[in-house]
Design a protein around this ligand. Structure first.
Ligand code: RTP
Length: 182
C-alpha cells in the first residue's frame, strides 16, 4: 500500500513533429498506456512560435534555441497529459536520454530514433563531434528525438496549463484491479 500513499503527479508528454511525421503516434501513446498511467488529455495540435518559445523559455540562451523552435513548429505535435504516482520520473525513464544515439534500447528514443540533425549524425557516427547537449547542432534542425516529457512535477503542471485550455482535460478514473495499487 506504499504507492497509494505517495503523491499523484501529472506530466506533460508531447510527440514532436518527427514522431507524428514518422507515424509513431500509436506506438508512443501505447507505451504510456501499457505502463498503466492515466490519460487526462490528448490532442493533435499545431503550435505557434510564441507557445514553443514559452514552453522552452529556460533554454532561450542556448545556441540551438532557434533551431529547436523551428523544429517544434515544423508540423503538428500530439499533446498529452498523463497522471500517476511518480509519473514524471517514470515517463523520463520510458523516454530515455535526450540524444537518441545515447538512449538505452527499450526506451522510446532508444528504440525509435537516431536522428540528431541532418548533417551532425554522420559526423557523430565517426566521433568527430560531440552530439546534442554537448555541442552546437550543425544540422538544419535541433536534436530530433520524437518525444518530450516534463522534468519535474512543477513543470508538469506548468506545461499542462500552457498547452491545454480549460475543458480539454478529462477528470476520470480507471476501474482497476485492486492489486495494481497494493
Ligand atoms: P525534452 O525537454 O524535450 O524532454 O528534452 P530533454 O529534457 O531531454 O532536453 P533539454 O536539454 O531540455 O532540451 C530540449 C530539447 O532541445 C533539443 N536539443 N537540441 N544541441 C542540440 O541541438 C540540442 N540539444 C537539445 C532536443 O530536442 C531536446 O529534447
Amino acid at each position: 500500500l506504499v504507492a497509494s500513499m505517495e503523491q499523484v503527479d501529472q506530466t506533460y508528454i508531447m510527440i514532436k513533429p518527427d514522431g507524428v511525421q514518422r507515424g509513431l503516434v500509436g506506438e508512443i501513446i501505447s507505451r504510456f498506456e501499457k505502463k498503466g498511467f492515466l490519460l487526462k488529455g490528448l490532442k493533435l495540435f499545431e503550435c505557434t512560435k510564441e507557445l514553443a518559445e514559452e514552453h522552452y523559455k529556460d533554454l532561450r540562451e542556448k545556441p540551438f534555441f532557434p533551431k529547436l523552435i523551428d523544429y517544434i513548429t515544423s508540423g503538428p505535435v500530439v499533446c498529452m497529459a498523463w497522471e500517476g504516482v511518480g509519473v514524471v520520473a517514470s515517463a523520463r525513464k520510458l523516454i530515455g536520454a535526450t540524444n537518441p544515439l545515447q538512449a538505452e534500447p527499450g526506451t522510446i528514443r532508444g528504440d525509435l530514433a537516431i536522428q540528431t540533425g541532418s548533417f551532425s549524425e554522420v559526423v557523430f557516427a565517426f566521433g568527430l563531434l560531440k552530439p546534442c547537449k554537448e555541442s552546437h547542432s550543425h544540422g538544419k534542425l535541433s536534436c530530433r528525438n520524437v518525444v518530450h516529457g516534463s522534468d519535474s512535477p512543477e513543470n508538469g503542471l506548468r506545461e499542462i496549463e500552457l498547452w491545454f485550455k480549460e475543458g480539454e482535460l478529462c477528470q476520470w478514473t480507471q476501474v482497476q484491479a485492486p492489486w495494481l495499487k497494493e
